[in-house]
Every structure is written in C-alpha cells, then in structure tokens.
Write a protein that binds this ligand. Structure first.
Ligand SMILES: [Zn+2]
Length: 255
C-alpha cells in the first residue's frame, strides 16, 4: 500500500516504503504574484502528478515546537496560512490545522511514517509532523532541502488514494547553516505543504509517464510553487512562497 517515489533522483515503486517527495536545490524561477482560480484543471501531461489526498479535513499538522526558533516557526506558520488562504478562497475551508508538540518527540523517519498515531506519550496524535532533520539525512538525498513522506492507501471507488499520515522533514543537516547560502524557509515549507496535500512536482528533471520534463515545459509549470527546485541569488535563497496558477488548478481537482 505504500510507495516510494523520489522525484528526479529515483522514481520506482517499492513495497512497504512511503511515498516521498523532495525539494532540490538549485535552479528556479523568480516569484510571481497570482490571483485565485477556482477551476479544476489537470493537463494531460500532468496526470501523474497527483499522489493522493486527505479525506478528512482539516488536517492536524504538528510542528515540533522546540525544534525551531521563533523566526522559523513564523515562516512555517506563514506557509501553512498560504495554503489555507488559497483553499478558503477557492473552496471555503482551511486545509491545515496547525498545532505544536514538545521537543524530544521527533522520532519519526521515512521508514516509520506509515505508523499511525504520530507521537503518543507527549500528546499529539494527529497524522502530520513537521520536524527539523539535523543528522541522518540519506546521502543520496543530500541535495534535497526538505523531504515530505506521506502514507497513501487505496480507496474503493475513488481515483485518488487517501493519506493516513505524513512527515515533513527539513534538511538542516545540509542547508540553513551559517557560512553557506540560506534557503528561504517559508518557500521551502510552502512547497512541501503542496506535496503534503497531494501534489507532485509540476514537472521533473527527466520527465516520466504523466509528469512532463521541465526542459521545455509549459511556462506555467516553470513558475509553479511545485517546480522541483529552488535556487539562490548569491547567499540569499530565492523566494517562491505563493500558490501559482498551475498549483491552484491541480489542487482544485483534489478537494
Ligand atoms: Zn518537491
């Protein structure tokens, strides 16, 4: 029931491992403001970019509070608000319900994401955690700024699988360290929250069935929040915090 699909680096199915999506550095397009579209549009060449959906809303999301400083928590909160504002305008509901849990509970990994009841002794029993990864980041994913793992299950009669849990890990082992270019955390989290709600990248490095190659892709795919990479201008991480037209059109098909 679980799948692993690493965009760009790995794309294969492997039983018993969650679905993974990541945000890589570098390369990106500049930010672009956007208005709200309420239409569901899933282009033929993006039919493979839907990974699942949450059937119960809102989705409780817990941030490991003491894992982040106040500025980081604000960035995460702003990213959550970005998606909530979009869905509020488009569908009339907030998708994410943010919460926090004490420090010392960040024990969930890629391998354990499909275990339900994330965190028990310390409280939060919701389906989603956001945590900082300072060590143990997989070597073959070290160019990834963050990684979102979801656990989808098939639903009878539905074209979409249903998520039962998810972990959003931010790569503080290889990024966000002084002395090197610092990514824009809000942009990174906004992108990962797009994965968390069921969107794969707008295009991929190599292209594959149902997901177009970014090379020569529709300009709207290149401008999307869900474009697979985020770059730097000097030491400054580029800003891509908004839900763009292609992101909105695909998200509208899910909820
Ligand atoms: Zn990504």
């Amino acid at each position: 029931m679980n799948q692993m699909r690493g965009s760009w680096v790995i794309r294969k199915l492997k039983k018993g491992i969650p679905f993974l999506v990541v945000l890589f550095a570098p390369l990106s397009c500049g930010p672009k403001s956007s208005s709200i579209t309420k239409e569901c549009i899933l282009p033929v060449d993006q039919t493979g970019t839907i990974t699942g959906r949450w059937t119960a809303k809102p989705v409780p999301v817990a941030v490991i509070a003491n894992d982040f400083n106040s500025a980081e928590l604000s960035a995460i909160s702003a990213a959550i608000s970005t998606w909530n504002s979009f869905f509020k305008a488009s569908k009339g509901f907030s998708l994410y319900l943010s919460n926090s849990v004490p420090a010392g509970t960040q024990t969930y990994t890629i391998a354990t994401v499909c275990g339900q009841n994330l965190v028990s002794a310390n409280g939060f029993m919701g389906p989603v955690l956001i945590q900082k990864a300072r060590s143990g980041w997989p070597e073959n994913w070290k160019s990834a700024m963050a990684l979102t793992s979801t656990c989808p299950v098939a639903v009878a009669g539905s074209q979409f699988r249903s998520f039962i849990s998810g972990v959003l890990q931010i790569n503080f082992q290889h990024f966000f360290n002084s002395g090197q270019p610092i990514p824009d955390l809000q942009s990174v989290v906004a992108h990962e929250l797009g994965h968390l709600l069921g969107l794969d990248h707008s295009c991929s490095g190599s292209g594959s069935q149902g997901i177009p190659s970014c090379s020569g892709a529709d300009p709207e795919y290149l401008e999307a929040l869900m474009y697979p990479a985020l770059g730097f201008d000097g030491n400054q991480g580029r800003i891509s915090r908004s839900v763009q037209k292609n992101d909105q059109e695909r998200a509208n098909c899910l909820y």
